[in-house]
Design a protein. Sequence first.
Length: 477
Amino acid sequence: MSADYRKIWENCLKMIKDNVNPNAYEAFFKPIKPVKLEGNVLTIQVRSMGIYEWLESKFINILKKTIKSELGPDGRLEYQVLVDQPYNDAPYMVKFPASNNYKTANNPVPMPLNLNGSNKEIPNPFIIPGLKKLKINSQLNKEYSFENFVEGECNRLARSAGWAIAENPGKTAFNPFYLHSKTGMGKTHLSQAIGLEIKNLWPETTVSYVDAERFMHQFVDATQNKSQTDFINFYQMIDVLIIDDIHFLAGREKTQDVFFHIFNHLHQNRKQLILTSDRPPVELKGIEERLISRFKWGLATDLQMPDVETRKEILRSKSYKDGIEMPEEIVDYLAKNISNNIRELEGARISLMAQASLNKKEITLDLAKQMIDKFVINTSKEISIEYIQKVVCEYFNLSLETLNSKTRKREIVQARQLVMYFAKEHTKSSLALIGMHCGNKDHATVLHAVRTVNNLVETDKQFRGYYKDLEKRIKIK
């Protein structure tokens, strides 16, 4: 058949668009790329296994009808699925035939637990809950709802997938659901919105939100109190587990090991896992490869900075919720001048309202300009370990390979110690992760570097000069 495969898929999309929810169309069908047509087989490319499975489980009938409408009764569809690889920039493609026989797996038999406790309600998370349904505080913020989450091109796929998860937690192809973006883009909001909606639709569902740092501290406390089994049993009884900033587990081998077993148990029992991070799975460092591969079992998607129109809508929405009518020219000015992240946009809005309220002034464009000039200058930008390494390497005219090499040359060792010191001061990274970025050093080496820098700043005039110069350069970001 000599027909243009692009035109055929375009015709299919027109029919699909008339028969599916607009959000589903934008999130799942619009990003699909037609690849080729061989005989009566049309090949399309999708971005992940999660998307492939979702199309096959939810939309196979409409896909089958449109393909047969365009290619005849023998028309068939095949997929090219992009699959990321750990530590490799280039994804590879896997070929899958379409089928209208796709079914989600049957629920496996739950793994039994030896529970000898009573049926009383659980006062804290590390007492074995017995046979009674676990009741806990989900740690969800009611402000972080879908109602308060403004949708745009920057987050449409993630929001649509999140809503699908809320309607059927643990039973979609989006398990785990892995959200990633730089700070302030709404990862925490969206992950908690899913949890809140699940609690709304499925009140008996046990939902737990915890950031990775807290999870790590809980595990340390459980280890010290010799209650690791209780810790594991608690998390294995969660129906929906939301872990924020999973990258903070980097370098924490024992915590990763226990999380690996919790993850496996929950996933095997069709419980929902939602994870957030500041980077995609393929870029995680200090996380075991077996975990990274599992993070990519479901859907990994990012949140981008909203465009100007979406930023305007965010400002209008938040102002309306606060009962304040913000002039459109000020909304326009803020949206165009605050473009780093949503958190800064909200901070600027609150600062402007505070200025007007405390000084008993009207919210005018002049006031907005005065406040924004100061706000933009004073707002601290996100500083990463990679950025600190770049600044130090440029300052001492070193390559990154030399900086992280095993050489014991005094000037290189001191440069590396400065990187460790500033990384501890200016980032939220764990000591283990800092050491891993600096030539695979351990946390004790990082602590030693911090002490050494403090001592040299007090006793070595030349080193103190290096320190002050670098401090200024890093803060300029």
